[in-house]
Design a protein around this ligand. Structure first.
Ligand code: 6PG
Length: 260
């Protein structure tokens, strides 16, 4: 599927549109299949989206009892650590909306053995999607992603071993440039999604965004280029991040699926 690259004046507008997409995609998935399975991202732009989703304006339009929350990646910290992606989502959204703990599937980043955490998360996905590994990859209704200024996404960092993963759903990824390990969904799982939505804002992303979207393919250096899902691919970007693009991003009103 060709990416839809959609432009907004600022990070707040990106976050608002992302919240509207979440609401609309949840409605459609619950109507079609009775459940909405979403993988959340870490980072600052997604955080604002979670805060908006927790407000009455958005939260009242989601049938939360039919939502299952997952994570695209996690840092090697405890769930109450400020750097934990779970902690961010919990504070901004999960603690406010009516979700039972059984609907929230977090990655155990606090474990000494992250490879074991990855296997356990795979088992949890397998149960939740009622899918065995030999049957293919789980297909999220929505995967939210950020992009780092080095071109990474989820915890798929440049030159790391997880980039080459073809069969596992979740892996521990050693990230020497950060001197740490991370947990991450793999590219084949991200690409099995019905919709992947990137949220990118800020001038510090402009150079890598231009390279990812308009430069030659170089997935090892720019892991965001690995994302090419079977379903929809949306890039929601603000003016500062889009500054170096040669093609003007679309206006949101031009989207076929323009959320109300
Ligand atoms: C993480 C991420 C990561 C993030 C990007 C963008 O846990 O670090 O999931 O991929 O989304 O680094 O983050 P910002 O939106 O804060 O720039």
């Amino acid at each position: 599927m060709l990416p839809e690259i959609v432009g907004f004046p600022d990070a707040e507008a990106v976050a608002r549109h992302a919240a509207s997409e979440f609401v609309q995609r949840a409605k459609q998935a619950i109507w079609d299949r009775g459940v909405f399975r979403v993988a959340l991202a870490g980072g600052s732009t997604p955080r604002r989206t979670y805060e908006l989703l927790a407000t009455k304006e958005f939260a009242s339009r989601v049938e939360w009892t039919s939502v299952q929350i997952f994570f695209g990646d996690e840092r090697a910290v405890a769930p109450d650590h400020p750097e934990s992606n779970f902690h961010t989502a919990h504070e901004a959204l999960l603690d406010t909306v009516p979700l039972h703990t059984s609907q929230i599937h977090r990655m155990a980043g606090e474990r000494g053995d992250l490879a074991q955490s990855a296997r356990e998360y795979e088992a949890e996905l397998s149960r939740s999607f009622a899918l065995k590994r030999e049957q293919g990859f789980p297909s999220f209704d929505l995967v939210m992603l950020g992009m780092g200024k080095d071109g990474h996404t989820a915890s798929l960092f440049p030159f790391t071993t997880a980039l080459g993963e073809k069969s596992a759903w979740v892996v521990k990824n050693e990230v020497p440039q950060l001197g740490t390990d991370r947990l991450t969904l793999t590219a084949p799982v991200l690409n099995a999604a019905r919709c992947v939505m990137f949220l990118v804002a800020g001038a510090d992303k402009a150079v890598s965004l231009e390279r990812v979207l308009e430069g030659p393919r170089n997935e090892i250096e720019l892991p965001s280029q690995l994302i090419s899902p079977a379903g929809d691919l949306l890039w929601l970007i603000d003016e500062a991040a889009a500054a170096r693009l040669s093609r003007k991003p679309k206006d949101p009103t031009e989207l076929k699926s323009h959320p109300a």
